[in-house]
Design a binder for this molecule. Structure first.
Ligand code: NAP
Length: 247
């Protein structure tokens, strides 16, 4: 059994997931850096974790593939004997207006963003119950609360994440496992880099802070929820959005 705290961050090759993995780095943690299609970027993340004194392993698996998720978490538990923190961060967007949205655009977003969180959470629940300790943190989005034209699939998946968070929190809080969500607003990553300048301006106009957020600002909320001092917080959604939406 590892004497380190084992932290799994899905979609940690880039963006918010990378910032979370790096902030979790510490001599007493081993960070599993999951990715799907970017091995080089994932290796950059593991190098950043190690540079901060943490242990890290890059691990490829598609969070939407039940067999791949089971095999990955079986291997993690076999190797380390435990899993302490799961951050369900992997996500994709396939934006389109509902009237012309293809079923595949709906299905792909649901599979990665919602089913992926279900599968990974299911894979860690038993080891965490045995340990009588665990932290599950799900990355949702401000659009789960506000809606957004062109994102019926994405906002439905992210709203589903909030329901999953609250129900699972109630199922396992007695085992000292907390389940929370973090809802980023507009954060500068590859996901938002493709926004046309007009859409970017319109988004910025909705943010009282007057700027986009940085991945590290989302990671700070995730790190807090993963910490020992957050043990009495469960079933909550923490918004990190510069005032764009206030719950
Ligand atoms: P990003 O830069 O596009 O990075 C997405 C990450 O998810 C990558 O590491 C990617 O891995 C991974 N990924 C995608 N599909 C996967 C799969 N099937 N299995 C495993 N990993 C997969 O996105 P981001 O902006 O950092 O977003 C991270 C999370 O925050 C997402 O859940 C997103 O919905 C949410 N979010 C973002 C914003 C924002 O403004 N950026 C706002 C609200 C919520 P590969 O590189 O290997 O493909």
């Amino acid at each position: 059994m590892s004497d380190k705290r084992v932290v799994v961050v899905t979609g940690a090759s880039r963006g918010i997931g990378r910032a979370i993995a790096v902030q979790m780095a510490a001599p007493e943690t081993h960070v599993i850096v999951n990715y799907n299609s970017s091995p080089e970027a994932a290796n950059e993340t593991t190098a950043l974790v190690r540079a901060r004194g943490g242990a890290a392993t890059a691990m490829a698996f598609d969070v939407a593939d039940p067999g791949a998720v089971k095999a990955a978490f079986d291997q993690i538990v076999k190797t380390h004997g435990r899993v302490d923190v799961l951050v369900n961060n992997a996500g994709i967007a396939r934006d389109n207006l509902l009237a012309i949205m293809k079923p595949a655009e709906w299905d792909d977003v649901m599979a990665t963003n919602l089913k992926g969180a279900f599968l990974c959470s299911q894979a860690v629940v038993r080891p965490m119950m045995r340990q009588r300790f665990g932290r599950i943190i799900n990355v949702t989005s401000v659009v789960a609360a506000t809606g957004n034209p062109g994102q019926c699939n994405y906002s439905a998946a992210k709203a589903g994440i909030i329901g999953l968070t609250k129900s699972l929190a109630r199922e396992i809080v007695s085992r000292k496992i907390t389940v929370n969500a973090v809802a980023p607003g507009y954060i500068e990553t590859d996901m938002t880099a493709a926004l046309p300048p007009k859409a970017r301006e319109a988004l910025l106009a909705q943010i009282p802070a007057g700027r986009a957020g940085a991945p590290e600002e989302v990671a700070a909320a995730v790190s807090f929820l993963a910490s020992d001092v957050a043990g009495y917080i469960t079933g909550q959604v923490i918004h990190v959005n510069g005032g764009m939406f206030m719950a």
